[in-house]
Design a protein around this ligand. Structure first.
Ligand code: BGC
Length: 785
């Protein structure tokens, strides 16, 4: 393709981004033409990276390369294509990490974070940002939890979609990662995420599905691990059947870095680009596979066509000479951090700090001076600047209140308690104490899972001892994921600030001093102890296999079912004001899966200051064929209310919101029956509930086969009739003979066998051929669930 063709492509594609126009069809034709000019070697080369961070160009045909950069909460743009970009990358704004973003529950805000990241990508000629990660926080020990949103699939998926839409609004692509069930760092290159299909669909696919359907990321990153025994990069079930066919994904799949084992199998499965560039060996093997007919050239052509579509699209949107607006983005990052701050305890309104309440505030803890603001690993951003709470508080809030400081602990040594005495003295001389504590960098890292969820001994001891000498103690936590709090009952306040990014200190200060009313809520359960957690016995797995034994009962679904009291439940967070819920209304008391249900309620600010509330809507199926969680989050919204102001919020529940995934029938089923709809301030604070009756209109295959139990055939009217045709004598026998107890025992035993065993059980009254025939007759039967 000559330059003129490329330019006209750029102009045309910019004209209409959405519908397939005639011009776009023309462009597709051009790509088809290009494909006819490419050699096999060139096509194969296009399916691998040029180097660490860019795709392969073909200069002969003017096919350009595009730049991919980590991500996700800021850019880690390496200085050169063949450098890793650890420490030497270009500077960029470091935003709060995903666990903090999720705590905002604010989709508009997360969209704007994405938008800003898209703008920053344009300043560094980054075409695709490698994120967001929507993997589920299955275990509190997950080393990468700070980089993921939530334990809940809906919240994770919605966050991911908002993030992607924001980035892509700037003409920059995203890479939705790590597809899928990438929930453990230990042996992440090999571990098999071993779970049943229902769990896979309900928990581990759903966030990806939401993000793909609502935001169409330009790329999806296939995971390192195996899923149900197959590598994510080689699974045609995941990459073709689910992603492409079921969800309508239109972009390309790239591998996680060094994830590919067998490129030929990966390409057959629907993976487009192996990243980064590996040795030429894989290219040679792939060329050979095409030449010997093992890999169909038509498959390769289809992949190349989709790669070129993304490459040209990315190039067409690339802007030159855009400048980074450091101050604007830093200020925005501060706002985001303040929105994420989650107030967990506030006894006697110890917060916010004001001059009316306190004259002298002591700040204790090295984190206040040397902040921990992001996680360890490939997501590490080199910030444009870095605030610390001590300076910000002194500068911006220190005029009215005297601020003192003590280091409290030594970040280089978790067991050094020598600084505690001095800290106690400073604390005892103040009116209120803010202890900055949490998890040091080495505690949370990509590639390494946590082995416990405790904070360093020096932090815990410091807090406990300060609480003895100072009744007004507030703990300001910095950590990317849940921790235990052995000192909780001894302190008056706890503010969870997550990993707040480069401007996090300012956001924290704004909340502590009341400029911003805290409005974050937990997107993950904080357990009392590690032993209480759902995956306790099955994490990080053994001998390369991770058994997802807790199945769909992840996070609050588990704590609810086991009636375990968490330290702080999913969805929980306090405010400096209070809210009242009233007037729960439903569009009808009776509905169908097709009609769905509109639910509304009124929320009022009953306190004295402006504040934001996160309204959560949960659905419970009171009686279900399959075991279901006590309740599941389906909708949420964040609203702002002035004192005395009230707003009505309304949600539309669709068929899927009532459904479970039936693995036997491979479909989502919304069963007829009663559902409880609850408006809640957290998963353990249900404000209002109503019951709706749903009549399903679905027609579902019965899906009986020779392994279906006799009892199931017997319990269904349609199949009972057919049973009677085939073995009337035997059936008459089990229904009428013997005394009652005998019959019950005998019948119970007899009917608990799959049909395939009945030729033996009935001593030949029914033959194998007849079982086959019977099963065949039942094949087309359906029912309404
Ligand atoms: C990580 C990805 C990251 C990639 C490139 C991998 O090790 O799992 O999340 O985008 O490296 O740095």
């Amino acid at each position: 393709m000559k330059k003129t063709v490329l330019i006209s492509f750029l102009v045309l594609i910019t004209m209409n981004l959405k519908a397939q126009t005639q011009q776009e069809i023309d462009i597709q034709n051009k790509i088809t033409q290009l494909i006819s000019q490419l050699t096999i070697e060139e096509k194969v080369a296009l399916c691998s990276g040029r180097d660490d961070w860019s795709t392969m160009p073909i200069e002969r045909l003017d096919i350009p390369w595009i730049w991919l950069s980590d991500g996700p909460h800021g850019l880690r743009r390496a200085p050169a294509t063949n450098k890793p970009g650890y420490g030497d990358q270009l500077q960029a704004t470091c935003f709060p990490t995903a666990s903090a973003l999720a705590a905002t529950w604010d989709l508009d805000l997360v969209y704007k974070v994405g938008q800003t990241l898209g703008e920053e990508s344009q300043t560094q000629n980054v075409n695709v940002l490698l994120g967001p990660g929507v993997n589920i926080k299955r275990s509190v020990l997950g080393g990468r939890n700070f980089e993921y949103f939530s334990e809940d699939p809906i919240l994770s998926g919605e966050m991911g979609a908002a993030f992607i839409n924001g980035v892509q609004s700037q003409g920059v692509g995203t890479s939705l990662k790590h597809f899928t069930a990438n929930n453990v760092e230990t042996m992440r290159m090999y571990n098999n995420s071993n779970m049943d299909n229902r769990t896979l669909h309900e928990i581990y696919l759903t966030p990806f599905e939401i993000a793909v359907k609502k935001a169409q990321p330009w790329t999806v990153m296939a995971c390192y691990n195996r899923v149900q025994g197959e590598y994510g990069t080689q699974s045609s079930f995941l990459l073709t059947d689910i992603l492409k066919k079921d969800w309508g994904f239109k972009g390309i799949v790239i591998s996680d870095w060094f994830a590919v084992i067998d490129r030929v199998e990966a390409m057959k499965a629907g993976m487009h680009i192996e990243m980064p560039k590996v040795s030429p060996v894989n290219n040679a093997i792939t060329v050979e596979a095409i030449k010997n007919g093992e890999l169909d050239i038509a498959v390769v052509d289809a992949l190349v066509k989709e790669i070129l579509t993304v490459v040209f699209k990315a190039k067409s949107f690339q802007k030159e000479g855009v400048e980074l607006n450091v101050e604007k983005d830093h200020a925005f990052a501060r706002k985001v951090a303040s929105e994420a701050a989650t107030l967990l305890k506030n006894e006697n309104d110890i917060l916010p700090i004001s001059k009316d309440k306190y004259k002298k505030a002591a700040i204790i803890g090295e984190f206040a001076a040397a902040p921990r603001y992001q996680g360890n690993g490939s997501s590490q951003v080199r910030p444009t600047k870095l605030d610390n709470a001590l300076e910000i508080i002194k500068k911006e809030y220190g005029n009215d209140i005297e601020i003192t400081y003590a280091q409290g602990y030594n970040l280089a040594d978790d067991n050094d308690f020598s600084l505690i005495n001095e800290a106690k003295k400073v604390a005892s001389e103040a009116d209120v104490v803010l202890v900055f504590a949490g998890l040091p960098l080495q505690y949370e890292s990509e590639g390494i899972d946590r082995t416990h969820i405790n904070m360093p001994p020096s932090h815990n001891k410091l807090i406990s001892e300060i609480a003895v000498v100072q009744k007004n103690t507030v703990v300001v936590l910095t950590n990317g994921s849940a921790v235990t709090m052995p000192w909780l009952n001894r302190v008056s306040g706890v503010l969870e600030t997550w990993l707040g990014g480069q401007a996090g200190a300012g956001g924290i200060a704004d909340v502590l001093f009341g400029k911003v009313n805290p409005s974050g809520k937990l997107a993950e359960t904080f357990p009392m102890c590690l032993e209480d957690t759902p995956a306790f016995f099955n994490f990080p797995g053994e001998q390369g296999d991770v058994l997802y034994g807790e199945r769909i009962f992840v996070g609050y679904r588990y704590y609810d079912g086991r009636k375990i009291e968490p330290l702080f439940p999913f969805g929980y967070g306090l405010s400096y004001t209070s809210f009242e819920y009233s007037d729960l209304k439903m569009s009808s008391k009776n509905t169908t899966d097709k009609e769905g249900l509109t639910v509304s309620m009124t929320v009022k600010n009953t306190g004295k200051v402006k504040g934001k509330e996160i309204v959560q809507l949960y659905v419970s199926d009171t009686k279900s064929t399959l075991k279901r969680p006590e309740k599941e989050l389906k909708k949420f919204v964040k609203i702002e209310l002035k004192p005395d102001e009230e707003k009505t919020v309304s949600f539309k529940l669709e068929s899927r919101d009532f459904s479970y995934f039936d693995a036997k029938r491979n479909m989502w089923i919304a069963e007829s029956g009663e559902y409880v709809i609850s408006a809640a301030a957290s998963s353990r604070d249900i404000k209002l509930s109503e019951t709706v009756n749903l009549q399903s209109t679905q027609i579902v295959p019965l899906a009986f086969d020779e392994y279906t139990f006799f009892l199931e055939y017997w319990n269904n009217k349609q199949t009972r009739k057919i049973l009677m045709e085939y073995f009337p004598n035997w059936i008459r026998g089990i229904v009428t003979e013997g005394d009652e107890a005998e019959i019950r025992e005998y019948q119970g035993f007899m009917v608990e066998h799959p049909l395939i065993k009945y030729p033996y059980i009935t001593h030949g009254e029914i033959t194998h051929e007849q079982v086959k025939e019977l099963v065949e007759k039942c094949k087309g039967l359906t029912y309404t669930p």
